[in-house]
Design a protein around this ligand. Structure first.
Ligand code: PEP
Ligand code: MG
Length: 582
Protein backbone atom coordinates (compact mmCIF):
# COMPACT_ATOMS: atom_id res chain seq x y z
CA UNK A 1 0.00 0.00 0.00
CA UNK A 2 1.29 3.49 -0.87
CA UNK A 3 -0.23 6.70 0.48
CA UNK A 4 0.49 9.85 -1.53
CA UNK A 5 -0.42 13.24 -0.15
CA UNK A 6 -1.71 15.97 -2.46
CA UNK A 7 -4.25 18.77 -2.21
CA UNK A 8 -7.92 17.93 -1.62
CA UNK A 9 -9.64 19.71 -4.52
CA UNK A 10 -13.16 18.36 -4.09
CA UNK A 11 -14.42 16.44 -1.08
CA UNK A 12 -15.80 12.92 -1.00
CA UNK A 13 -14.33 9.45 -1.09
CA UNK A 14 -13.97 7.34 -4.24
CA UNK A 15 -12.79 3.75 -4.45
CA UNK A 16 -12.20 1.77 -7.61
CA UNK A 17 -9.76 0.70 -10.32
CA UNK A 18 -7.31 3.25 -11.70
CA UNK A 19 -7.65 4.42 -15.27
CA UNK A 20 -4.35 5.97 -16.31
CA UNK A 21 -4.78 8.72 -18.77
CA UNK A 22 -1.79 8.84 -21.08
CA UNK A 23 -0.03 12.15 -20.90
CA UNK A 24 -0.01 12.27 -24.64
CA UNK A 25 2.44 15.03 -25.57
CA UNK A 26 2.03 17.45 -28.42
CA UNK A 27 5.07 17.07 -30.68
CA UNK A 28 6.15 18.44 -34.04
CA UNK A 29 9.48 18.43 -35.85
CA UNK A 30 10.80 21.49 -37.51
CA UNK A 31 10.22 20.71 -41.15
CA UNK A 32 10.85 23.43 -43.68
CA UNK A 33 8.09 23.58 -46.25
CA UNK A 34 8.19 24.89 -49.77
CA UNK A 35 6.86 28.34 -50.60
CA UNK A 36 3.95 26.75 -52.46
CA UNK A 37 2.87 24.76 -49.40
CA UNK A 38 2.73 27.82 -47.15
CA UNK A 39 -0.71 28.78 -48.35
CA UNK A 40 -2.16 25.33 -47.67
CA UNK A 41 -0.56 25.22 -44.17
CA UNK A 42 -2.13 28.59 -43.34
CA UNK A 43 -5.44 27.25 -44.60
CA UNK A 44 -4.99 24.10 -42.51
CA UNK A 45 -4.47 26.29 -39.45
CA UNK A 46 -7.50 28.46 -40.21
CA UNK A 47 -9.71 25.39 -40.69
CA UNK A 48 -8.45 24.04 -37.35
CA UNK A 49 -9.40 27.34 -35.67
CA UNK A 50 -12.93 27.09 -37.14
CA UNK A 51 -13.31 23.46 -36.05
CA UNK A 52 -11.99 24.26 -32.54
CA UNK A 53 -14.46 27.10 -32.31
CA UNK A 54 -17.24 24.68 -33.22
CA UNK A 55 -16.03 22.25 -30.50
CA UNK A 56 -16.03 25.05 -27.98
CA UNK A 57 -19.57 26.07 -28.95
CA UNK A 58 -20.69 22.49 -28.33
CA UNK A 59 -18.78 22.35 -25.02
CA UNK A 60 -20.30 25.68 -23.97
CA UNK A 61 -23.83 24.44 -24.62
CA UNK A 62 -23.02 21.26 -22.68
CA UNK A 63 -21.52 23.15 -19.74
CA UNK A 64 -24.47 25.52 -19.64
CA UNK A 65 -26.92 22.63 -19.51
CA UNK A 66 -24.99 20.52 -17.01
CA UNK A 67 -23.19 23.01 -14.78
CA UNK A 68 -24.74 26.44 -15.25
CA UNK A 69 -23.77 29.86 -16.48
CA UNK A 70 -20.64 30.34 -14.41
CA UNK A 71 -18.89 27.32 -15.86
CA UNK A 72 -20.11 28.01 -19.36
CA UNK A 73 -18.25 31.30 -19.01
CA UNK A 74 -15.02 29.32 -18.73
CA UNK A 75 -15.54 28.07 -22.29
CA UNK A 76 -16.14 31.68 -23.28
CA UNK A 77 -12.62 32.39 -21.94
CA UNK A 78 -11.31 29.56 -24.10
CA UNK A 79 -12.94 31.13 -27.12
CA UNK A 80 -11.25 34.42 -26.25
CA UNK A 81 -7.88 32.66 -26.05
CA UNK A 82 -8.49 31.09 -29.46
CA UNK A 83 -9.39 34.47 -30.99
CA UNK A 84 -6.44 36.27 -29.41
CA UNK A 85 -4.05 37.80 -31.98
CA UNK A 86 -1.21 35.90 -30.27
CA UNK A 87 -2.81 32.73 -31.64
CA UNK A 88 -4.96 33.82 -34.55
CA UNK A 89 -2.48 36.23 -36.15
CA UNK A 90 0.95 35.24 -34.90
CA UNK A 91 0.75 31.57 -35.91
CA UNK A 92 -0.13 32.17 -39.60
CA UNK A 93 2.55 34.91 -39.65
CA UNK A 94 5.07 32.43 -38.32
CA UNK A 95 4.11 29.85 -40.98
CA UNK A 96 4.57 32.48 -43.70
CA UNK A 97 7.75 34.05 -42.33
CA UNK A 98 9.59 30.90 -41.33
CA UNK A 99 8.22 28.43 -43.92
CA UNK A 100 7.21 25.93 -41.25
CA UNK A 101 4.23 23.63 -40.76
CA UNK A 102 1.10 24.78 -38.94
CA UNK A 103 1.76 22.18 -36.25
CA UNK A 104 5.30 23.41 -35.62
CA UNK A 105 4.27 27.09 -35.63
CA UNK A 106 1.54 26.32 -33.08
CA UNK A 107 3.86 24.46 -30.73
CA UNK A 108 6.59 27.11 -30.97
CA UNK A 109 4.06 29.82 -30.14
CA UNK A 110 2.72 27.75 -27.26
CA UNK A 111 6.24 27.32 -25.92
CA UNK A 112 6.85 31.08 -25.95
CA UNK A 113 3.51 31.77 -24.25
CA UNK A 114 4.19 29.03 -21.71
CA UNK A 115 7.51 30.61 -20.75
CA UNK A 116 5.73 33.92 -20.26
CA UNK A 117 3.12 32.20 -18.04
CA UNK A 118 5.87 30.54 -16.05
CA UNK A 119 7.36 33.90 -15.22
CA UNK A 120 4.07 35.08 -13.71
CA UNK A 121 4.15 34.52 -10.00
CA UNK A 122 0.55 34.82 -8.96
CA UNK A 123 -1.38 31.58 -8.75
CA UNK A 124 -4.56 32.83 -10.38
CA UNK A 125 -2.88 33.69 -13.68
CA UNK A 126 -0.50 30.74 -13.49
CA UNK A 127 -3.44 28.39 -13.38
CA UNK A 128 -4.95 29.98 -16.49
CA UNK A 129 -1.99 28.36 -18.26
CA UNK A 130 -4.03 25.14 -18.27
CA UNK A 131 -6.75 26.92 -20.19
CA UNK A 132 -4.20 27.94 -22.82
CA UNK A 133 -2.99 24.33 -23.11
CA UNK A 134 -6.55 23.06 -23.30
CA UNK A 135 -7.29 25.29 -26.29
CA UNK A 136 -3.98 24.55 -28.04
CA UNK A 137 -4.43 20.80 -27.57
CA UNK A 138 -7.77 20.97 -29.37
CA UNK A 139 -6.24 23.09 -32.09
CA UNK A 140 -3.34 20.66 -32.42
CA UNK A 141 -5.68 17.68 -32.75
CA UNK A 142 -7.53 19.35 -35.60
CA UNK A 143 -4.31 20.30 -37.39
CA UNK A 144 -2.96 16.75 -36.97
CA UNK A 145 -6.41 15.36 -37.82
CA UNK A 146 -6.44 13.35 -34.62
CA UNK A 147 -9.73 12.78 -32.92
CA UNK A 148 -9.93 13.49 -29.23
CA UNK A 149 -11.03 10.23 -27.74
CA UNK A 150 -9.28 10.28 -24.45
CA UNK A 151 -11.94 8.49 -22.51
CA UNK A 152 -13.06 6.04 -25.17
CA UNK A 153 -12.04 2.96 -23.17
CA UNK A 154 -13.98 3.87 -20.06
CA UNK A 155 -16.99 1.60 -19.95
CA UNK A 156 -17.14 0.77 -16.24
CA UNK A 157 -16.70 3.05 -13.19
CA UNK A 158 -13.04 4.04 -12.70
CA UNK A 159 -10.89 6.64 -11.01
CA UNK A 160 -9.05 8.70 -13.59
CA UNK A 161 -5.37 9.25 -12.82
CA UNK A 162 -3.95 11.99 -14.99
CA UNK A 163 -0.85 14.11 -15.15
CA UNK A 164 -3.13 17.02 -15.89
CA UNK A 165 -6.79 17.34 -16.80
CA UNK A 166 -8.09 20.25 -18.77
CA UNK A 167 -11.41 21.77 -17.76
CA UNK A 168 -13.05 20.45 -20.95
CA UNK A 169 -11.87 16.90 -20.02
CA UNK A 170 -13.36 17.31 -16.58
CA UNK A 171 -16.79 18.03 -18.03
CA UNK A 172 -16.54 14.79 -20.06
CA UNK A 173 -15.82 12.78 -16.88
CA UNK A 174 -19.36 13.30 -15.67
CA UNK A 175 -20.83 11.78 -18.83
CA UNK A 176 -18.59 8.73 -18.39
CA UNK A 177 -19.74 8.22 -14.80
CA UNK A 178 -16.18 8.43 -13.52
CA UNK A 179 -15.94 7.99 -9.71
CA UNK A 180 -13.28 10.62 -9.10
CA UNK A 181 -9.92 11.80 -10.38
CA UNK A 182 -6.41 12.82 -9.42
CA UNK A 183 -3.90 15.01 -11.21
CA UNK A 184 -0.19 15.51 -10.68
CA UNK A 185 -0.41 19.23 -11.19
CA UNK A 186 -2.95 21.94 -10.42
CA UNK A 187 -4.04 23.65 -7.25
CA UNK A 188 -7.19 24.19 -5.24
CA UNK A 189 -8.20 27.24 -7.22
CA UNK A 190 -7.72 25.77 -10.70
CA UNK A 191 -10.82 25.64 -12.87
CA UNK A 192 -10.53 21.86 -12.90
CA UNK A 193 -10.80 21.82 -9.09
CA UNK A 194 -13.73 24.23 -9.12
CA UNK A 195 -15.51 22.14 -11.74
CA UNK A 196 -14.97 18.99 -9.66
CA UNK A 197 -16.60 20.71 -6.67
CA UNK A 198 -19.61 21.75 -8.73
CA UNK A 199 -19.90 18.24 -10.16
CA UNK A 200 -19.48 16.80 -6.65
CA UNK A 201 -16.73 14.55 -7.95
CA UNK A 202 -14.07 13.60 -5.36
CA UNK A 203 -10.69 14.91 -6.54
CA UNK A 204 -7.11 15.23 -5.33
CA UNK A 205 -4.66 17.43 -7.23
CA UNK A 206 -1.02 18.51 -6.88
CA UNK A 207 0.23 14.90 -6.50
CA UNK A 208 3.56 15.72 -8.22
CA UNK A 209 4.43 12.50 -10.09
CA UNK A 210 1.81 10.07 -8.76
CA UNK A 211 0.47 9.23 -12.24
CA UNK A 212 3.81 7.58 -13.05
CA UNK A 213 3.62 5.31 -9.98
CA UNK A 214 0.28 3.64 -10.62
CA UNK A 215 -0.68 0.81 -12.96
CA UNK A 216 -3.88 0.61 -14.95
CA UNK A 217 -6.59 -1.29 -13.07
CA UNK A 218 -4.82 -1.06 -9.71
CA UNK A 219 -7.16 -0.53 -6.76
CA UNK A 220 -7.21 3.11 -5.65
CA UNK A 221 -8.84 5.15 -2.91
CA UNK A 222 -9.04 8.91 -3.12
CA UNK A 223 -9.89 10.98 -0.10
CA UNK A 224 -10.87 14.41 -1.40
CA UNK A 225 -11.16 15.87 2.07
CA UNK A 226 -7.70 14.93 3.34
CA UNK A 227 -6.07 15.20 -0.11
CA UNK A 228 -4.90 11.56 -0.11
CA UNK A 229 -4.35 9.03 -2.86
CA UNK A 230 -4.03 5.48 -1.55
CA UNK A 231 -2.67 2.87 -3.97
CA UNK A 232 -3.34 -0.85 -3.42
CA UNK A 233 -4.91 -0.37 0.03
CA UNK A 234 -4.68 -3.20 2.55
CA UNK A 235 -7.87 -4.78 3.88
CA UNK A 236 -7.93 -2.66 7.04
CA UNK A 237 -7.67 0.60 5.07
CA UNK A 238 -10.22 -0.58 2.54
CA UNK A 239 -12.72 -1.42 5.29
CA UNK A 240 -12.07 1.90 7.04
CA UNK A 241 -12.73 3.81 3.83
CA UNK A 242 -15.85 1.78 3.00
CA UNK A 243 -17.22 2.87 6.36
CA UNK A 244 -16.11 6.48 5.90
CA UNK A 245 -17.66 6.62 2.44
CA UNK A 246 -20.96 5.33 3.77
CA UNK A 247 -20.87 7.91 6.56
CA UNK A 248 -19.97 10.64 4.09
CA UNK A 249 -22.85 9.79 1.74
CA UNK A 250 -25.30 9.59 4.62
CA UNK A 251 -24.17 12.92 6.04
CA UNK A 252 -24.49 14.52 2.57
CA UNK A 253 -28.08 13.29 2.43
CA UNK A 254 -28.84 14.54 5.94
CA UNK A 255 -27.24 17.87 5.21
CA UNK A 256 -30.04 19.09 2.95
CA UNK A 257 -32.52 18.58 5.79
CA UNK A 258 -30.74 20.99 8.13
CA UNK A 259 -30.90 23.99 5.80
CA UNK A 260 -34.07 25.32 7.40
CA UNK A 261 -32.81 24.76 10.96
CA UNK A 262 -31.03 27.52 12.90
CA UNK A 263 -27.23 27.67 13.18
CA UNK A 264 -27.06 27.05 16.89
CA UNK A 265 -24.84 24.94 19.15
CA UNK A 266 -26.31 22.09 21.19
CA UNK A 267 -26.34 24.37 24.25
CA UNK A 268 -28.14 27.20 22.48
CA UNK A 269 -25.33 29.55 21.35
CA UNK A 270 -26.39 31.18 18.08
CA UNK A 271 -23.97 31.96 15.24
CA UNK A 272 -24.86 33.97 12.15
CA UNK A 273 -23.90 31.89 9.14
CA UNK A 274 -23.36 33.95 6.03
CA UNK A 275 -22.04 33.33 2.53
CA UNK A 276 -18.87 34.31 0.71
CA UNK A 277 -19.78 34.84 -2.90
CA UNK A 278 -18.28 36.68 -5.78
CA UNK A 279 -19.97 38.79 -8.39
CA UNK A 280 -19.57 36.16 -11.11
CA UNK A 281 -21.37 33.49 -9.08
CA UNK A 282 -24.38 31.78 -10.65
CA UNK A 283 -26.94 32.87 -8.06
CA UNK A 284 -29.65 30.57 -9.39
CA UNK A 285 -27.60 27.68 -7.99
CA UNK A 286 -27.59 29.15 -4.46
CA UNK A 287 -30.72 27.84 -2.85
CA UNK A 288 -29.59 27.70 0.76
CA UNK A 289 -31.24 29.64 3.49
CA UNK A 290 -28.19 31.65 4.66
CA UNK A 291 -28.33 34.62 7.03
CA UNK A 292 -27.03 36.87 4.26
CA UNK A 293 -23.82 37.61 2.39
CA UNK A 294 -20.84 38.10 4.71
CA UNK A 295 -18.46 38.85 1.86
CA UNK A 296 -19.35 39.85 -1.67
CA UNK A 297 -16.04 39.83 -3.54
CA UNK A 298 -16.28 42.46 -6.28
CA UNK A 299 -12.82 42.31 -7.81
CA UNK A 300 -13.79 39.82 -10.54
CA UNK A 301 -15.87 42.61 -12.06
CA UNK A 302 -12.64 44.50 -12.63
CA UNK A 303 -10.50 41.64 -13.92
CA UNK A 304 -10.04 40.04 -17.35
CA UNK A 305 -11.12 43.12 -19.27
CA UNK A 306 -9.62 46.15 -20.95
CA UNK A 307 -11.15 48.95 -18.91
CA UNK A 308 -12.65 49.46 -15.45
CA UNK A 309 -16.39 48.73 -15.13
CA UNK A 310 -18.61 51.83 -15.16
CA UNK A 311 -21.17 52.87 -12.55
CA UNK A 312 -24.22 51.46 -14.36
CA UNK A 313 -22.60 48.09 -15.00
CA UNK A 314 -21.55 47.80 -11.36
CA UNK A 315 -24.94 48.94 -10.11
CA UNK A 316 -26.76 46.29 -12.13
CA UNK A 317 -24.44 43.56 -10.79
CA UNK A 318 -24.95 44.64 -7.16
CA UNK A 319 -28.70 44.96 -7.70
CA UNK A 320 -28.82 41.38 -9.00
CA UNK A 321 -27.12 40.10 -5.82
CA UNK A 322 -29.26 42.28 -3.56
CA UNK A 323 -32.46 41.04 -5.19
CA UNK A 324 -31.41 37.44 -4.66
CA UNK A 325 -30.78 38.07 -0.95
CA UNK A 326 -33.80 40.29 -0.41
CA UNK A 327 -34.33 41.40 3.21
CA UNK A 328 -30.96 40.03 4.30
CA UNK A 329 -27.67 41.75 5.02
CA UNK A 330 -25.28 41.88 2.07
CA UNK A 331 -21.75 43.07 2.79
CA UNK A 332 -20.22 44.46 -0.38
CA UNK A 333 -16.45 44.56 -0.19
CA UNK A 334 -14.80 47.44 -2.05
CA UNK A 335 -12.67 45.88 -4.78
CA UNK A 336 -9.56 44.34 -3.29
CA UNK A 337 -7.41 44.75 -6.39
CA UNK A 338 -3.67 44.14 -6.44
CA UNK A 339 -1.84 41.22 -4.81
CA UNK A 340 -2.96 38.19 -6.83
CA UNK A 341 -5.98 39.98 -8.27
CA UNK A 342 -4.47 42.00 -11.07
CA UNK A 343 -6.29 44.09 -13.63
CA UNK A 344 -5.13 43.72 -17.17
CA UNK A 345 -5.78 47.36 -17.94
CA UNK A 346 -3.75 50.14 -16.49
CA UNK A 347 -4.33 53.43 -14.79
CA UNK A 348 -1.11 55.33 -15.34
CA UNK A 349 0.19 51.81 -16.08
CA UNK A 350 0.65 51.32 -12.32
CA UNK A 351 -1.95 48.58 -11.96
CA UNK A 352 -0.04 46.46 -14.43
CA UNK A 353 3.42 47.04 -13.10
CA UNK A 354 4.73 43.92 -11.51
CA UNK A 355 5.68 44.55 -7.91
CA UNK A 356 8.40 42.57 -6.14
CA UNK A 357 6.08 41.93 -3.19
CA UNK A 358 2.57 42.38 -4.60
CA UNK A 359 0.82 41.17 -1.43
CA UNK A 360 2.62 43.91 0.48
CA UNK A 361 2.23 46.43 -2.29
CA UNK A 362 -0.45 48.61 -3.78
CA UNK A 363 -3.38 46.45 -2.84
CA UNK A 364 -6.98 46.83 -1.61
CA UNK A 365 -7.83 50.19 -0.12
CA UNK A 366 -4.27 51.45 -0.69
CA UNK A 367 -4.82 51.20 -4.42
CA UNK A 368 -8.28 52.78 -4.33
CA UNK A 369 -7.05 55.72 -2.26
CA UNK A 370 -4.41 56.29 -4.94
CA UNK A 371 -7.21 56.27 -7.55
CA UNK A 372 -10.16 57.92 -5.75
CA UNK A 373 -12.18 58.23 -8.97
CA UNK A 374 -12.28 54.47 -9.27
CA UNK A 375 -13.34 54.21 -5.62
CA UNK A 376 -16.00 56.87 -6.11
CA UNK A 377 -17.47 55.01 -9.09
CA UNK A 378 -17.84 51.86 -7.02
CA UNK A 379 -19.34 53.78 -4.09
CA UNK A 380 -21.85 55.59 -6.32
CA UNK A 381 -22.89 52.26 -7.84
CA UNK A 382 -23.44 50.80 -4.34
CA UNK A 383 -25.44 53.81 -3.09
CA UNK A 384 -27.56 53.80 -6.24
CA UNK A 385 -28.17 50.05 -5.99
CA UNK A 386 -29.26 50.57 -2.38
CA UNK A 387 -31.89 53.02 -3.59
CA UNK A 388 -33.48 50.55 -5.99
CA UNK A 389 -37.16 50.33 -5.08
CA UNK A 390 -37.37 46.58 -5.56
CA UNK A 391 -34.69 45.84 -3.00
CA UNK A 392 -35.65 48.47 -0.49
CA UNK A 393 -35.44 46.31 2.60
CA UNK A 394 -32.09 44.76 1.87
CA UNK A 395 -29.51 45.65 4.40
CA UNK A 396 -26.44 46.69 2.41
CA UNK A 397 -23.12 47.27 4.14
CA UNK A 398 -19.78 48.42 2.76
CA UNK A 399 -16.54 46.70 3.77
CA UNK A 400 -13.05 48.15 3.28
CA UNK A 401 -10.33 45.59 2.42
CA UNK A 402 -6.67 45.47 3.40
CA UNK A 403 -6.84 48.22 6.03
CA UNK A 404 -3.52 48.75 7.77
CA UNK A 405 -4.01 52.17 9.39
CA UNK A 406 -6.74 54.31 10.95
CA UNK A 407 -5.83 57.05 8.45
CA UNK A 408 -6.98 54.83 5.56
CA UNK A 409 -10.39 54.42 7.18
CA UNK A 410 -10.75 58.16 7.78
CA UNK A 411 -9.72 58.93 4.22
CA UNK A 412 -12.18 56.37 2.82
CA UNK A 413 -14.97 57.74 4.99
CA UNK A 414 -14.18 61.25 3.76
CA UNK A 415 -14.58 60.03 0.17
CA UNK A 416 -17.81 58.22 1.09
CA UNK A 417 -19.12 61.53 2.50
CA UNK A 418 -18.15 63.35 -0.69
CA UNK A 419 -19.96 60.76 -2.81
CA UNK A 420 -23.09 61.04 -0.64
CA UNK A 421 -23.04 64.84 -0.85
CA UNK A 422 -22.62 64.74 -4.61
CA UNK A 423 -25.55 62.34 -4.89
CA UNK A 424 -27.71 64.57 -2.65
CA UNK A 425 -26.92 67.52 -4.94
CA UNK A 426 -28.42 65.54 -7.82
CA UNK A 427 -31.59 65.08 -5.72
CA UNK A 428 -30.89 61.37 -5.30
CA UNK A 429 -32.03 59.77 -2.07
CA UNK A 430 -29.10 58.47 -0.09
CA UNK A 431 -29.36 55.47 2.22
CA UNK A 432 -27.45 55.29 5.45
CA UNK A 433 -25.07 52.42 4.85
CA UNK A 434 -22.95 50.85 7.58
CA UNK A 435 -19.21 50.85 6.94
CA UNK A 436 -16.97 48.09 8.26
CA UNK A 437 -13.49 46.77 7.63
CA UNK A 438 -11.66 43.57 6.91
CA UNK A 439 -9.15 42.89 9.67
CA UNK A 440 -6.42 41.14 7.75
CA UNK A 441 -3.25 43.09 8.50
CA UNK A 442 -1.59 42.68 11.91
CA UNK A 443 -1.18 46.46 12.39
CA UNK A 444 -4.95 46.82 12.08
CA UNK A 445 -5.60 43.93 14.48
CA UNK A 446 -3.22 45.32 17.10
CA UNK A 447 -4.60 48.86 17.01
CA UNK A 448 -8.24 47.87 16.79
CA UNK A 449 -9.09 49.77 20.00
CA UNK A 450 -8.20 53.02 18.18
CA UNK A 451 -10.09 52.01 15.06
CA UNK A 452 -13.37 50.58 16.32
CA UNK A 453 -14.94 53.97 17.02
CA UNK A 454 -14.82 54.65 13.27
CA UNK A 455 -16.39 51.43 12.01
CA UNK A 456 -19.74 49.64 12.39
CA UNK A 457 -18.49 46.06 12.10
CA UNK A 458 -15.38 44.01 11.41
CA UNK A 459 -14.70 40.80 9.54
CA UNK A 460 -11.46 38.90 10.02
CA UNK A 461 -9.84 37.98 6.70
CA UNK A 462 -7.78 35.08 7.94
CA UNK A 463 -6.52 34.11 4.47
CA UNK A 464 -4.41 37.25 4.49
CA UNK A 465 -4.05 37.74 8.24
CA UNK A 466 -2.31 34.35 8.58
CA UNK A 467 0.09 35.07 5.74
CA UNK A 468 1.01 38.45 7.24
CA UNK A 469 1.38 37.17 10.83
CA UNK A 470 3.56 34.24 9.79
CA UNK A 471 5.33 36.00 6.89
CA UNK A 472 4.21 33.04 4.75
CA UNK A 473 2.90 33.69 1.24
CA UNK A 474 -0.58 32.12 1.04
CA UNK A 475 -0.01 30.98 -2.57
CA UNK A 476 3.53 29.65 -2.35
CA UNK A 477 3.43 25.82 -2.64
CA UNK A 478 6.96 25.52 -1.19
CA UNK A 479 5.82 26.68 2.23
CA UNK A 480 2.23 25.46 2.51
CA UNK A 481 3.11 23.57 5.71
CA UNK A 482 4.23 26.83 7.30
CA UNK A 483 0.88 28.48 6.58
CA UNK A 484 -0.49 27.08 9.81
CA UNK A 485 -3.72 28.39 11.36
CA UNK A 486 -2.88 26.42 14.52
CA UNK A 487 0.19 28.55 15.17
CA UNK A 488 -0.40 30.08 18.64
CA UNK A 489 0.22 33.57 17.21
CA UNK A 490 -2.83 33.17 14.96
CA UNK A 491 -5.11 32.04 17.80
CA UNK A 492 -3.85 34.80 20.05
CA UNK A 493 -4.45 37.56 17.50
CA UNK A 494 -7.96 36.29 16.68
CA UNK A 495 -8.71 36.09 20.40
CA UNK A 496 -7.44 39.65 20.89
CA UNK A 497 -9.49 40.97 17.96
CA UNK A 498 -12.70 39.41 19.27
CA UNK A 499 -12.14 40.61 22.86
CA UNK A 500 -11.28 44.16 21.79
CA UNK A 501 -14.30 44.40 19.48
CA UNK A 502 -16.72 42.99 22.03
CA UNK A 503 -15.45 45.43 24.68
CA UNK A 504 -16.54 48.20 22.31
CA UNK A 505 -19.83 46.44 21.52
CA UNK A 506 -18.95 45.66 17.89
CA UNK A 507 -19.79 42.32 16.24
CA UNK A 508 -17.02 40.21 14.71
CA UNK A 509 -17.13 37.84 11.75
CA UNK A 510 -14.57 35.56 10.14
CA UNK A 511 -14.76 35.38 6.34
CA UNK A 512 -11.42 33.65 5.65
CA UNK A 513 -11.31 30.00 4.55
CA UNK A 514 -10.60 28.72 8.07
CA UNK A 515 -14.28 29.36 8.87
CA UNK A 516 -15.07 26.33 6.69
CA UNK A 517 -12.57 24.02 8.42
CA UNK A 518 -14.42 21.47 10.54
CA UNK A 519 -11.76 21.58 13.26
CA UNK A 520 -11.21 25.32 13.34
CA UNK A 521 -14.82 26.54 13.12
CA UNK A 522 -15.49 25.18 16.67
CA UNK A 523 -12.37 27.02 17.86
CA UNK A 524 -13.75 30.24 16.38
CA UNK A 525 -17.06 29.58 18.12
CA UNK A 526 -15.20 29.05 21.41
CA UNK A 527 -13.28 32.28 20.84
CA UNK A 528 -16.66 34.08 20.79
CA UNK A 529 -17.10 34.81 17.09
CA UNK A 530 -20.54 36.28 16.22
CA UNK A 531 -20.67 35.28 12.61
CA UNK A 532 -18.94 33.01 10.09
CA UNK A 533 -18.99 33.55 6.36
CA UNK A 534 -18.33 30.53 4.17
CA UNK A 535 -18.65 29.36 0.55
CA UNK A 536 -22.05 28.05 -0.61
CA UNK A 537 -20.43 24.61 -1.09
CA UNK A 538 -19.35 24.39 2.57
CA UNK A 539 -22.31 26.20 4.12
CA UNK A 540 -24.38 23.17 5.15
CA UNK A 541 -21.38 21.27 6.48
CA UNK A 542 -20.38 24.23 8.63
CA UNK A 543 -23.93 24.52 9.93
CA UNK A 544 -23.98 20.81 10.73
CA UNK A 545 -20.68 21.11 12.58
CA UNK A 546 -21.95 23.98 14.73
CA UNK A 547 -25.18 22.13 15.49
CA UNK A 548 -23.14 19.15 16.73
CA UNK A 549 -20.94 20.96 19.26
CA UNK A 550 -21.52 22.79 22.52
CA UNK A 551 -20.29 26.30 23.18
CA UNK A 552 -19.10 25.10 26.57
CA UNK A 553 -16.81 22.42 25.04
CA UNK A 554 -15.50 24.87 22.45
CA UNK A 555 -14.69 27.48 25.11
CA UNK A 556 -12.86 24.90 27.23
CA UNK A 557 -10.79 23.69 24.27
CA UNK A 558 -9.99 27.29 23.32
CA UNK A 559 -8.82 28.20 26.85
CA UNK A 560 -6.54 25.18 26.87
CA UNK A 561 -5.29 25.72 23.30
CA UNK A 562 -4.35 29.31 24.06
CA UNK A 563 -1.93 28.01 26.70
CA UNK A 564 -0.23 25.58 24.33
CA UNK A 565 2.94 26.31 22.35
CA UNK A 566 3.19 23.60 19.71
CA UNK A 567 0.86 23.99 16.66
CA UNK A 568 0.87 20.22 16.02
CA UNK A 569 -0.19 19.54 19.61
CA UNK A 570 -2.88 22.22 19.43
CA UNK A 571 -4.30 20.62 16.29
CA UNK A 572 -4.22 17.15 17.85
CA UNK A 573 -5.91 18.46 20.99
CA UNK A 574 -8.65 20.23 19.00
CA UNK A 575 -9.29 17.23 16.73
CA UNK A 576 -9.44 14.83 19.67
CA UNK A 577 -11.79 17.00 21.69
CA UNK A 578 -14.07 18.63 19.16
CA UNK A 579 -14.30 16.27 16.25
CA UNK A 580 -16.64 13.29 16.13
CA UNK A 581 -14.59 11.66 13.33
CA UNK A 582 -10.95 12.45 14.01
C1 PEP B 1 -9.19 36.90 3.52
O1 PEP B 1 -8.11 37.47 3.31
O2 PEP B 1 -9.39 36.08 4.44
C2 PEP B 1 -10.34 37.15 2.61
C3 PEP B 1 -11.53 36.65 2.86
O3 PEP B 1 -10.10 37.87 1.50
P1 PEP B 1 -9.42 37.31 0.16
O4 PEP B 1 -9.28 35.83 0.30
O5 PEP B 1 -10.33 37.73 -0.94
O6 PEP B 1 -8.12 38.03 0.15
MG1 MG C 1 -8.01 39.16 2.03
Amino acid sequence: MIVIRGVGASSGIAMGPAYILDAEKMRAHKTKISKTSVKSEVLKFKNAVDLTLKDLDTAEAKALKMLGKEHAKLIETHKMILQDPLIKKDIPNKIIKENVTAEYALLQTLETLDEAFNRIEDTFFKERRHDLFDVCKKLHNHIAKKSEQKFKDITTPVIVIAHTLYPSDTISLQEKKVLGFTTDIGGKTSHTALLAQTMQLPAVVGLLNASGQIKNGEMIIIDGEQGLLIVAPDKKTLDKYKKLRKQYLESEKNLKAIDKLPTITKDGHKIKLMLNIDVSEDLSKIEINADGVGLLRTEFLFMNRNSAPGEEEQKSVYTRVLKHFKNKPVIIRLADLGGDKLCQYAIDKELCIKEDNPFMGLRGIRLFLRYPDMLKTQLRAIYKAAEDKQIKDTNIKIMIPMVSTLAEILETKKIIKEVKNELILTNAKVENIEVGIMVEVPSCALTLDNILGEVDFISIGTNDLIQYILATDRGNPKITDMYDPYNPSVLRIISLIIKTAHQKGKPVAVCGDIATDKNISPLLVGLGIDSLSVTPQTYLKTKQKIRNITFEDCSKVVSQSLLMANPKEIKKFVVENLNENP
